[in-house]
Design a binder for this molecule. Sequence first.
Ligand SMILES: [Zn+2]
Length: 270
Amino acid sequence: MPEGHTIHRAARDQRPMLEGKIISMASPQGRFFEGAARLDGKICLTVEAYGKHLIYQFETEMALHIHLGLFGRFRTAKLPAAEPRGEVRVRMISSTHVVDINGPNTCEVLDPGELAALTKRIGPDVLRKDANPDLAFARIAKSKTSIGQLLMDQAVIGGIGNIYRTEILWRQNVHPLTPGNRISRGVFDQLWNDSVQLLEVGVKNNAIITVDGVKKSRSKYGERVNIFNKATCPTCDSEIKKFEIAKRRAFMCSRCQPVLETKNETMQRN
Ligand SMILES: [Zn+2]
């Protein structure tokens, strides 16, 4: 599944193609025929990402809401537009570019009330300048759910997927199963700041790069990671432990990510 940086990157790439331009909108595959007809011929005002959701705001206050899900993808090109490839749900053509969206999980037209409800449902997005980390911390601080699961809960924090979750917790030496209510504000701030930094690197490179100071790899997605799907820890050489959190693959280094001690436990020992 695409993580938040993919959607912010798509917004960044598509803005100059669509914003301020009259959009001819169609559904070559036919499944979004009515929605496309409502937005056809309108001016696209903004293209914005909220977590893993992409919102195209149009004049007349209507917005196109896209969530790619597991199999969705964007394809963009300069005009002239080629024949649609595969099952193109939405095709947007401006005066300069064509943007095709295949296989999205969600593809719908939202009115202002529906859009406000959606953005309210999404937790603060680490890549948005207007994000308020206090909201995320408030939810984490009162939860007994593991920080590993909370970081991927899009209602708590927007944008972090499985690879970033794994890497950020390792980089900040936090055990993934630490309950949210045992995460201090200081540790939360470390996690938040590292998320912002790493996802910004991801948008810039259009690839997940969590190893400091390196460039994209030559693999299909160009990713560079420390422990996700790796055998050993690059810091201490210990074996990486593989397990599951909420049915998603999880990885950790027991040595670099020790179980957090509470103040009580520490006091008892002393
Ligand atoms: Zn280690």
